[in-house]
Each structure stands twice: as C-alpha cells, then as structure tokens.
Design a protein around this ligand. Structure first.
Ligand code: NDP
Ligand code: AKG
Ligand code: MG
Length: 478
C-alpha cells in the first residue's frame, strides 16, 4: 500500500526498516525520520546529524548510509501545518512506516495547554520501555567524588502511571462529582480507608499501574541483565510500595512474579539468595532460624506472621535448593527491590552496587535526571523509547529554553542517543567511533559550557555546541 503525506516527501533513495519478533531488520541504506525539536533542538540536531553521518562514513566507507527524513512536531510543526498542529498525522505516518526515529526535545507547558508530545509519541507507538543508561566518561566533571562507580541503566515503564494524563482540574464539575462519589460511596465501603475523606477543593489524578505494563517492562530489564557480565547482571525493582500498595507495591510483586515464572532457571531473588546462603553456611540450620536471619524483628512478630515467613523459607528451599543451592545462585541474575526514596541515596552512597533499575514512569523520570547529574549532567544523558515494532531515540533532558539558538548547549545527550540508535540497528562500529570521539574530546578538555564550568581548572572559553561536534569527529582517527 502506498503511504501518502500531506506536506512532507520521503527521501527518493533509501529503504525501509522492518521488524521481526520485536527486533529491527536494518538495510544498509535505511530511511530514518527525525524531529529537530523545540528550544535548543535548533542547536543540538545539526550537531548530532553531522556526528552520526561522519561516524557512519568513516566506519563503513560508503557501504552504509542513513537517509534522513525530516518530520515535524512541536513549534516547528505549527509553522508548517498551522496553529495547534503540534503533532501532525504526517509525522505519525512516517514514524510508523520507517520504524526507527530520533528526536530533539519538545516543549510541554505547565499547568494547562497541550499535554506532552513526548509522552504522546510513546503512547501512540506503545514504546513501553524507556531505556536511559548513565555511565561515566573519564575526565567529565561531576559533583560526585566517585562518578566512575555509577554505571546504571534506568528501565522506565513508559506508557502508564500518572503519565496517562487522566486527571481533573479542581473545581470542575467532573472533579466535584468524582470527589463526592468517592467520599460518599467508595471510601466508606472500603473499611481499610477508615473515615478518610478527599478535600472538596482537590484536583484529582488517576495512577493506573497494570500487571501487563509492569511485566513487559521487567521482562525487557531482565533480558538486558542476561547480556551483562557479573556483577552487573542484576535488576532492581524500584517502587514506593510501602505507601502505594496496589500500584507501586504491585509493580514490585508482579516484577518478582515474572522473574520467578518466566526466568526461573536464570534468576534468583535477593530474599531467596539469603535463604539459600544461610543453609549453605549451616546445613543443619532449622527453618525457623533461617526465617529469623532473613526477617529482622522476627521474634517480635505475631505467630501468624512467623508461620508465613517459615512457610516462605520452606517453599524456597523445596523449590530451588537443587537448582540454585550450593552456590549455584551466584551465577544467576539477581533480582532485588528498593524503595524509591532510598534508591536516590543508594546511587550516591553505593553506586557500584546497582546496575539495571526497573521503574514505573514517574520514578524513572526523576531517577534518570538524578543519575545523569552524577555522571556529568543532563548534557550526558541519552535515552531510547523501545516498543515491539518501533523505537524513538531521544535525550533525557528537555528544551533548555534559555540556551536556545545560542550554539552553546551540550549536544552530548542526543549524540549519545544516536549511539544507542546505531547499536540498536547493529551498526556497532559507527557507535564505537562516536563513543571514542566523545571520550577523547572530554579527556582533551574540549567541552561545552556545562562541563567547562565544572572542570578543574575551568575551561575558558568553552567550545560551542557545533565545535563540540567537530571535536568529536576529529578524534575518530586517534
Ligand atoms: N523528552 C523531552 O522532550 C523532554 C521535554 N521536556 C520539556 O522541556 C522544557 C524545559 O524543561 P526544563 O525543566 O527546563 O528542563 P531541561 O532539561 O530542558 O533543562 C533544565 C536545565 O538542565 C540543563 N540542561 C538541559 N539540557 C542540557 C544539555 N543538553 N546540556 C547541558 N545542560 C543541559 C540546563 O542547566 P543550566 O542552565 O544550569 O546549564 C537547563 O537549564 C519543558 O517544557 C519540559 O516539559 C523536559 C524533559 C524531557
Ligand atoms: O514530556 C515532557 O515534557 C517531559 C518528559 C520528561 O521529563 C521525560 O520523559 O524525562
Ligand atoms: Mg524527565
């Protein structure tokens, strides 16, 4: 079937990427749509395109080439398609047709106006895994004393949670109706809620967390962990399940459930590892003493709770002692969980103990900015939004409007998002060249303002955005 566009024309040369079993089949001449982005997108995108093209030309000597297809979203789309046409059908058609796309940041107004175009793209194409690696490039200035110890990948659920955007403004008819219904019908009917009431002047938002959404994200995170060497072959489920039991707590439980059902042979949970190693150290250990060692405060618990923990110890030993016991668990993927506020301090105090951080949408949004800050800031934070039939690559940061059009912003994050795209396409040689170029530029103190101001001694003057791109390319041949 011929695909038709209203205002854009695909390149006349180049081929289409297709997907099979969730993996892209990439020709040597793929057509790849790109969105320039708002704000600093005008600076970052040209720098990124130049670096990616130069790396491919150097790595493959003309055998491979990306045929870029400019598509529109955000402010630029409104200029071409008309007022309020922030995300035109042409753009969606192109991304669907060509499967892999890359974008600059897009503006979202606060407290009103359009909902996020970035979030909309993730939801429209069901890009359920937002993958944001945070690793340190030697020489990058950091507010942290040992940034090289942090090497984590945030796997953020990307389609649900409060980002579904189902909310009602305070004082509107529906918000009032909903609060009244909750206060009079639902809350009193649920004894655990006691006499709680929602304030009558509240705005209301809905936070859906589904089993399907949680488990497909955790599946991707575990599959990635399987490719990592020890001790990085581990997945931490991040949640605030102590407070939000049926959303965040359920995310944790569904994560463990998936690990134990789909990946039983290759996974061990942290709790299981404690139970197994207790028995390894003392083969005569009673079930109750084992339970006492894995559950601090065991002796103060009710008999019912003690019995439950003893039952868990028994069932773990019955189920996996043969396959995971006697030290075998040490070669498996470790799945553990941490409460969200704690993980923010853990990545600073114990950075080397973590690897893949599987999160829900909001926690992952916060955590990916925080982790990027440790390894040098938002100029060094790449990302990918991955689904089963489409992937869109974009940085962790936003439009940084105060720097727009000044040719000063760090294009590193979108360039590194391009590296992730090349790796996803299987074009590893080009990806490696760019990583080498970035590492060498930073080591030579050829950096943009954000890194320049933190370096000791500060670099003055810093490179412009476009000069940083040239510096990266100049190191391809080192
Ligand atoms: N995926 C997307 O497209 C995203 C879009 N947004 C949107 O972007 C807009 C602006 O958001 P805002 O909260 O200001 O966050 P931003 O991430 O855009 O910028 C905040 C600050 O982070 C630093 N920063 C950001 N990008 C870079 C970079 N490439 N190099 C160096 N430093 C950088 C700058 O700090 P300093 O000035 O101190 O150097 C900047 O002022 C909002 O509309 C928001 O919704 C936000 C996040 C993601
Ligand atoms: O869409 C937006 O404007 C913000 C999204 C965001 O912060 C993110 O995805 O990290
Ligand atoms: Mg964010």
């Amino acid at each position: 079937m011929t695909v038709s566009y209203e205002k854009i024309t695909p390149p006349t040369t180049g081929s289409t990427i297709t997907f099979s079993d969730g993996k892209p089949l990439v020709p040597d001449d793929p057509i790849i749509p790109f969105i320039r982005g708002d704000g600093t997108g005008v600076d970052i995108w040209p720098a990124t395109e130049k670096v990616i093209d130069a790396a491919i030309a150097t790595a493959y000597a003309g055998q491979r080439k990306i045929h870029w297809f400019k598509v529109y979203a955000g402010d630029e789309a409104c200029e071409i398609y008309g007022t309020y046409q922030y995300l035109p059908q042409d753009t969606l058609t192109a991304i669907k047709e060509y499967g892999i796309a890359i974008k600059g940041p897009l503006t979202t107004p606060i407290g009103g106006g359009i909902r996020s175009l970035n979030v909309a793209l993730r939801q429209i194409f069901d890009l359920y895994a937002c993958v944001r690696p945070c690793r340190y490039y030697a020489g990058t200035p950091s507010p942290h004393k040992t940034p090289e110890k942090l090497d984590v990948i945030v796997y953020r659920e990307n389609t649900e949670d409060i980002y579904l955007g189902i909310e009602w403004k305070q004082g509107t008819e529906i918000a009032d109706k909903l609060i009244n219904y909750l206060n009079t019908e639902l809350i009193p009917a649920t004894p655990e809620h006691g006499k709680k009431q929602i304030p009558l002047d509240a705005g209301i938002g809905i936070k859906p967390i589904s089993k399907t959404g949680s488990q497909r994200l955790v599946r991707r995170a575990i599959e990635r962990a399987l490719t990592l060497p020890k001790p990085k072959n581990q997945v931490t489920l991040v949640h605030k399940g102590n407070i939000m039991k049926y959303t965040e707590g359920a995310f944790r439980d569904w994560g463990y459930e998936l690990a134990k059902s789909e990946f039983r042979d290759v996974c061990v949970t942290e709790m299981e590892s404690w139970i197994l190693s207790n028995k390894e150290k003392n083969p005569d250990l009673s079930i109750e003493d084992n339970a006492r060692m894995v559950e601090p405060g065991y002796d103060a618990l009710t008999d019912e709770k003690k019995a439950k923990i003893c039952q868990e110890v028994t069932s773990v030993l019955d189920a996996i002692w043969e396959t995971h016991g006697k030290g075998q668990w040490q070669d498996k993927i470790m799945v553990n969980d941490r409460i969200a506020d704690s993980i923010f301090q853990q990545i600073q105090t114990r950075p080397d103990e973590y690897s893949i951080l599987a999160t829900m949408n909001l926690n992952g949004d916060y955590l990916s900015d925080a982790a990027a800050a440790i390894v040098g800031g938002l100029g060094m934070g790449p990302g990918a939004n991955i689904g089963d039939t489409c992937a869109i690559f974009e940085a962790t940061h936003g439009t940084a409007p105060k720097h727009a059009g000044l040719d000063r912003i760090n294009p590193g994050s979108v360039i590194l998002s391009g590296v992730m795209m090349l790796e996803y396409m299987g074009w590893q040689e080009a990806a490696d060249l760019i990583k080498k170029g970035i590492a060498a530029a930073i080591a030579n103190r050829q950096v943009t303002y954000d890194l320049a101001r933190l370096m000791e001694p500060p670099v003055n003057p810093p490179l412009k955005c476009s000069e940083f791109a040239d510096a990266i390319i100049s190191h391809f041949g080192d």
